[in-house]
Unconditional design. Structure first.
Length: 335
C-alpha cells in the first residue's frame, strides 16, 4: 500500500516547517510528500529547496487558493499511482501515530476497503490556545459540529459494524484526510473553482452520493495551530457570538455555498431536484440575511460588504478568486 501526502501552503514558512517535520516523524512511513506552494512570496520556495530537498515541490505560478492547490497535489499523487492520498494543512501537524492509526482501519479489514472514501482523524487545538490559565491535558479536542451553519453530523456505524473509536460522518474538512484511489477514480478531484471554502464539503457530498463512506478515527490526532477567535456582544441579556475571521473570507463562505447547490443540481437533478435545490437556496438566503443582521448587531460591519458581494457572485455563477474580494497576497497571514 503506497501513500502520498499532499501539503498545501501559502506564505507560512514557520508553520510549514513544523508541519513537514511532523510528517517526517510519522511512525508509518510516507512514500512521498508533495508540497503545493500557492505562489508564496515569503521565501517558501527557497526553504523547500534548502531544507527539504527530498520532498516533491509544486510551485504554482498564480494563486489557486486551497481548493486549486489541493486539487493539483491530489492530481499528481493519483497520476503517480498512489493507493491513498493524505491531505494535510500547513498550519497543522499530525501526532507521530496519526497516519498509523488511519492505516490500521484499512489493514484490519473490519470495514470493506472498497466502501471507504475518506478516513480522517480528530482535529485538536494546542491546549494553550484554549486558555493557558487552566491546567489541561496536552490538547483540546475540537468539536466540529457545523460550518457556516451547515451541519457536520456524525452517526454510529451502520450495517452491523461496531468498532471502537471509529464513527461514520457525513462531511469532513480537508485537514488530515486520507482519500482512497478508488474514490478519486470514481468522483474525480476537488473543484478548483471554489478557491477556498466549501470545496471539502462539496467533495464529501460527492463521495457519499456515489456510495462511499467517510469515517472519523478517534485515535488519530491532527493538531491545528490557529485558534478560531469569536466576537461577542450582549443584547437583552443574550450573548451573540460569531467567528471573527478576516472580513474577505465572508465572500467565499457565502458565494461557494450557493455555487455548490447549483452545481449539485446540474450534476444530479434526480437526487438534487429542482424543488429541493430551490428550498436549499431559500434557506441559504435566510441564513445570509441573518448573518448580515447579526454582524451589524455586534458591530462587525466590515464583513457585510463581502457577504453581499459573495451572494451576488454566487447567484451569477462567478467562480475562482473574487474580483472584488482582495487576493490573499494583500492579506497579512499568520506566519
Amino acid at each position: 500500500m503506497r501513500i502520498a501526502t499532499v501539503v498545501y501552503t501559502y506564505n507560512r514558512k514557520k508553520l510549514l516547517v513544523k508541519c513537514l517535520e511532523s510528517l517526517l516523524n510519522q511512525i508509518y512511513l510516507i512514500d512521498e510528500i508533495i508540497v503545493v506552494d500557492d505562489a508564496s512570496t515569503d521565501g517558501t520556495e527557497q526553504l523547500l529547496e534548502q531544507e527539504f530537498p527530498n520532498m516533491t515541490h509544486i510551485r504554482l505560478s498564480q494563486e489557486l487558493g486551497g481548493a486549486g492547490s489541493v486539487r493539483e497535489g491530489m492530481k499528481l499523487a493519483y497520476e503517480k499511482g498512489y493507493d491513498w492520498v493524505w491531505v494535510v494543512d500547513d498550519d497543522a501537524w499530525p501526532l507521530d501515530n496519526a497516519l498509523e492509526e488511519l492505516v490500521k482501519v484499512i489493514t484490519r479489514g473490519q470495514i470493506p476497503v472498497d466502501t471507504i472514501g475518506v478516513l480522517v482523524g480528530h482535529r485538536v487545538w494546542p491546549a494553550d490556545k484554549v486558555d493557558p490559565s487552566i491546567p489541561r491535558t496536552k490538547f483540546e479536542i475540537i468539536q466540529d459540529t457545523s460550518f457556516a451553519g451547515y451541519p457536520l453530523s456524525s452517526r454510529k456505524l451502520e450495517n452491523g459494524i461496531s468498532l471502537e473509536n471509529i464513527e461514520s460522518v457525513s462531511q469532513v474538512f480537508f485537514s488530515g484526510i486520507l482519500v482512497s484511489r478508488k474514490a478519486i477514480e470514481s468522483v474525480g478531484l476537488p473543484l478548483k473553482e471554489f478557491f477556498i471554502f466549501w470545496d471539502d464539503i462539496e467533495y464529501s457530498q460527492r463521495l457519499t452520493d456515489n456510495g462511499f463512506n467517510l469515517y472519523q478515527v478517534l485515535t488519530s490526532y491532527v493538531v491545528h495551530t490557529l485558534w478560531k477567535p469569536y466576537k461577542s456582544k450582549r443584547f437583552f441579556n443574550r450573548t451573540i457570538s460569531l467567528e471573527d475571521y478576516q472580513d474577505w473570507r465572508s465572500y467565499y463562505v457565502v458565494r461557494n455555498e450557493i455555487l455548490m447547490y447549483k452545481w449539485q443540481y446540474r450534476r444530479d437533478p434526480l437526487r438534487y431536484t429542482f424543488l429541493r435545490t430551490l428550498l436549499r437556496i431559500l434557506i441559504w438566503f435566510l441564513r445570509t440575511v441573518k448573518q448580515i443582521i447579526l454582524r451589524w448587531l455586534i458591530d462587525d460591519t466590515g464583513k457585510i460588504k463581502f457577504i453581499l458581494m459573495g451572494a451576488i457572485d454566487g447567484l451569477l455563477g462567478r467562480t475562482g478568486r473574487g474580483k472584488e474580494a482582495p487576493p490573499k497576497s494583500h492579506i497579512v497571514l499568520n506566519k
